[in-house]
Design a protein around this ligand. Sequence first.
Ligand code: ZN
Length: 363
Amino acid sequence: MKGALQLGKVSNIRILVHWTFLFILVWVVFLEIQRGGNFESILFNLAFILVVFLCVVLHELGHGLMAKRFGIKTTKITLLPIGGVASLEGMPENPKHELLVSLAGPLVNLVIALALYFAIPVQSFISLHLTELLEKLSEFTLPNFLFYLFVANLALVIFNLIPAFPMDGGRVLRALLAMYTDRIKATQIAASIGQSIAIVFLLLGMLFNPFLILIALFVFLGAYGENKMVQQIALLKGHVVKEAMLTQITLLKPNDTMEEVVGLILSGTEKDFIVEKEGRPVGILTNVDIMNNSKNRKKEVREIMKTSFKEIDLDAPLGDVFRSVEVQKEYFFPVLNKKGLLVGAIDMVNINEFILLQSKLDY
Ligand code: ZN
């Protein structure tokens, strides 16, 4: 994701924070000032938000480290104002594994909440009368800070376990259903349940709190996206790259000039190109890079091309390529045969075409 700052690395998972995260900090300060807060209250609230997001990182690490046990890599965890996103290279298809990966995140928050429950102890808050409690909570003390943190972690557990995609609860539900039926059907059922929940949120939102409408939208789109993706991957099952790849492609040489490339762009429909030398790919020239460098027509392809790129095996399952495209956001790959020689290319448009053709066959 563009505009993200790396905070660190845990077990080869990069921890990033997106620049929009600053908004939430600014917002907290703004709310406090508006409420007539002082330096102490602003600091208290800022520290609280930062520690809550630390708990969110730990939640995502829970997913990532559990996925690692089943051989699935997590490239990064990105912090956004709405929460954290762990970029897993796919989800385990074994329902038991998916269940464990999905539960691992909320479990981290449950453990934190339990630890705080005994450490504070929460009992000393609950035993108070409401008026006493409210008065106590208005102070900026460490026990109060920890009590709020306890509530936040509990809320993270409950919110994430709502049985609707893209929440963890949606995956938990799918995994449980998949133990009794196949994954596609399980996803369909889980997605319908999720969308029903979204409608309930929407109604409640219109009556009580507009924030719920936002969650409803989020859940509704999440269910739709997950359902669609699983169906698409199902259509790709049993098919390999060879069946869908582009074979009629124009290859460039490292010393071709931008003059020639621009000519190709205008005279044909190809957008991205593979740069080849002695039958092997040595670079990728993307449409964006071509456009950005189109002014200087004397420039050679070698100066602009990307030299680090993913190569796809001719016999690789199409479903795997589809999934890695989803995660990496790259979309154009050279296809190689067993000897490492270039035989074609594959891109997202290509795969989508293949999916469309398959869906016409199946239904
Ligand atoms: Zn989660």
